[in-house]
Design a protein around this ligand. Structure first.
Ligand SMILES: [Zn+2]
Length: 285
């Protein structure tokens, strides 16, 4: 796990750790997916680090936490038998809840990090966790990440410290540039240009950002056909190349891809599929 965090978001997490009184339940929302993930792991490392300036990110405890094999840091993964990225109630009970009263191995507390908790944990699982969150049998730290904390049960939220990360400006500029490249790829007569552009977005966050920015441009293009003017050169380019029905088809396909991105999809397969669909929509007579 590589921590990639904007300075101000890192400061938020470090100040929480620095107080020496980390709340027992923290929800990390906002920012980008990578920011939330990094913030969550920074906090987890901070809870088990043995040095003064926690987390030092250098000591054995920090390294073990970030490499995913600290014996007191748990990051429950979706159940294998379920396709949808959900942790089943049964797996939560058998794999984690039943162990929560067992003392930590090395650290002062045990850390449970639920990434994308709004998708990972259905209501039944959140309810099952609630009792332990309210009355932990020992020192536990629960960390949940979610794009929007409101997607978690109110009963969970009300017992948690909610940390809202700032969205990165740099990421948005990158997404904007990527969306423009997609448009360039669509317009290119060279068949593999689009595939090459999309394949370069080989990271879930970057692809997600790029598709969001591309969707925004498509919606502006649709608005243009409805009589709304635009100054955006890349949107104008879209409207010169495509008619209204093709723009709508691109919006539908992009929406679909954004939905698929929320599952544990292979990014390369998704970009290949997307490239073929975009190409067909753009070029078929
Ligand atoms: Zn450390």
């Amino acid at each position: 796990m590589e921590i990639r965090l904007q300075k101000e978001n890192e400061d938020i997490i470090r100040s929480l750790i620095g107080t020496g009184r980390i709340p027992h339940t923290v929800i990390i929302e906002g920012g980008g997916a990578k920011e939330r993930e990094s913030a969550a792991w920074l906090l987890a490392a901070g809870a088990v680090c043995r040095e003064h300036d926690r987390p030092c990110l250098r000591c054995a405890a920090c390294r073990k936490a970030l490499d995913g094999f600290h014996p007191d840091v748990f990051c429950p993964e979706p159940s294998k038998n379920l396709k949808s990225g959900i942790l089943s109630l049964r797996d939560l009970r058998d794999g984690y809840l039943s162990q929560m009263s067992i003392r930590p191995n090395e650290a002062d507390c045990k850390v449970y990090l639920f990434e994308d908790a709004d998708r990972l944990l259905r209501e039944d699982a959140q309810n099952a966790l609630l009792k332990t969150i309210e009355e932990p049998p020992q020192k536990l730290l629960f960390i949940f990440t979610a794009e929007d904390a409101k997607r978690l049960l109110l009963t969970v939220r009300s017992r948690a410290r909610i940390i809202t990360l700032r969205r990165s400006q740099a990421v948005d500029e990158e997404s904007e540039a990527a969306a423009e490249s997609i448009i360039g790829g669509l317009a290119s007569t060279y068949e593999y240009e689009l595939l090459r552009t999309l394949s370069a977005l080989n990271d879930k966050d970057r692809l997600k950002g790029a598709l969001a920015a591309f969707l925004e441009k498509l919606r502006q293009a649709l608005g243009f056909f409805g009589g709304v003017m635009t100054d955006d050169e890349s949107v104008k380019r879209l409207t010169r190349k495509l008619d209204r029905s093709r723009v709508i088809a691109l919006i539908e396909t992009t929406d679909e891809a954004v939905g698929i991105l929320k599952t544990n999809v292979n990014i390369q397969l998704l970009t290949t599929w997307l490239s073929a669909r975009y190409r067909r929509i753009t070029w078929q007579k």
